[in-house]
Design a protein around this ligand. Structure first.
Ligand SMILES: Cc1cc2nc3c(=O)[nH]c(=O)nc-3n(C[C@H](O)[C@H](O)[C@H](O)COP(=O)(O)O)c2cc1C
Length: 366
């Protein structure tokens, strides 16, 4: 696999571990991925829930926990590339971005909303001066085009790359429910079209802008195929959950190992988007419309109408991350059922690279 270039940053192996909240990808998983030459990503959403004073002091707890996890990841992987995932939808976006810049994070992946002046205030010049790379994640060519035009017109700059996520991924979806099962929507087409849309910006700004593919990528062969459509790297979440290094509780990982294909389903998340999860009793209750008591210590998501939702998404995800599967659920991609054992991140990288090379060789021989 060719290294991934993001401006002056070189990533030895073009595999990015998707940021997974709440508290699924923290410093342990991120540093393990970074040590294998990929980009390890700490998820910032609700990260302060890991702190004892979260309920009373949520804003400070979030900032403190993010700083702690970035520092820990740096200690565990002094030479690796570390990123954070920051959702536009979180109420403390500005605070958390500031911490990431102060801690000299390598890359900020921005998801769950478009990074435009409204709703977020992006200190674009500070980001550029500090060398922090910004890579938004979207699910349509239209959204990619919108962001790049907006940045170009308003900031005379463009993001350092773009992640395009297709409809097979774990967690919140950028598609309407019907489109999630629409066979006409293919990640390979989305990548090809995005590469075309981004090209004029590469020429205007005289820099390479990698298009990164996400959603349903599981094997080295998947990586090889999507790169033929023009992706320069892949972002994978589901594959990295059942690992020894994943920061979630063993019960969370077990839910992946025991999941069957038919257990992977879609729910309506209070965020206002569909979300892909593994079915369990809690999910069955939600699907039946049974309400779960919501105590909102603070409005962590701008898009959540906490007085009307039937469950708290942040609390449910954090309960699951702690292994309390009766009080929450696991986000998971369509391929989560393929897992039958825990693996080390190093073994996954070896497997992915060898499958990729095998596919490349096969096609050369043919
Ligand atoms: C358990 C889990 C939690 C996730 N949490 C988040 C999140 O908090 N923010 C986000 O932008 N994406 C989240 N994602 C999406 C991943 O970052 C990544 O884009 C996605 O997993 C890629 O698709 P795949 O799961 O098929 O590999 C999550 C995915 C999983 C599986």
């Amino acid at each position: 696999m060719k290294p991934l270039k993001i401006g002056n940053l070189t990533v030895k192996v073009p595999i990015i571990q998707g940021g997974m909240g709440v508290a699924i990808s923290l410093s342990r998983l991120a540093s393990a991925v970074a040590n294998e030459g990929g980009i390890g990503v700490i998820s910032a959403v609700g990260i302060g829930m890991t702190e004892p004073d979260y309920i009373k002091n949520f804003r400070n707890a979030n900032k403190r926990a993010l700083r702690k996890e970035i520092k820990k990841a740096r200690e565990l992987s002094p030479h690796g590339v570390i990123g954070i995932n920051l959702m536009v939808a979180v109420s403390d976006f500005d605070d958390l971005l500031k911490v990431a810049i102060e801690e000299k994070i390598d890359v900020v992946f921005i998801s769950a909303g478009l990074p435009l002046k409204n709703p977020v205030n992006l200190p674009v010049e500070i980001l550029e001066d500090s060398g922090v790379k910004i890579i938004p994640k979207v699910s349509s060519v239209r959204a990619a085009n919108l962001i790049f035009n907006y940045w170009s017109n308003n900031y005379n700059r463009v993001p350092d790359g773009i992640v395009i996520e297709g409809p097979l991924s774990g967690g919140h979806q950028g598609f309407r429910k019907n489109d999630l099962i629409n066979p006409k929507i293919k990640l390979s087409d989305l990548i090809e079209e995005t590469v075309k849309v981004i090209k004029p910006f590469e020429e205007k700004y005289n820099k390479e802008i990698p298009v990164i593919a996400a959603g349903g990528i599981y094997t080295g062969e998947d990586i090889y195929k999507i790169m033929q459509s023009g992706a320069k790297a892949v972002k994978m979440g589901t594959r990295f959950v059942p690992t020894f290094e994943c920061d979630a509780d063993e019960e969370f990982k077990k839910s992946y190992i025991s999941a069957k294909k038919e257990d992977i389903t879609i729910i309506d998340s209070p965020v206002g988007l569909p979300a892909r999860v593994i079915k369990n009793n809690f999910v069955n209750d939600i699907l039946k419309g049974i309400e779960k008591p919501v105590k909102c210590p603070w409005k962590c998501l701008k898009t959540c109408n906490y007085k009307e939702v039937s469950f708290c998404i942040a609390q449910s995800l954090f309960n699951a991350a702690q292994g309390k599967m009766e009080e929450g659920f696991a986000f998971a991609g369509t391929n989560a059922y393929l897992t039958d054992k825990l693996q080390s991140v190093a073994d996954i990288f070896d497997e992915l690279i060898s499958e990729y090379n095998q596919k490349k060789l096969q096609l050369r021989i043919v």
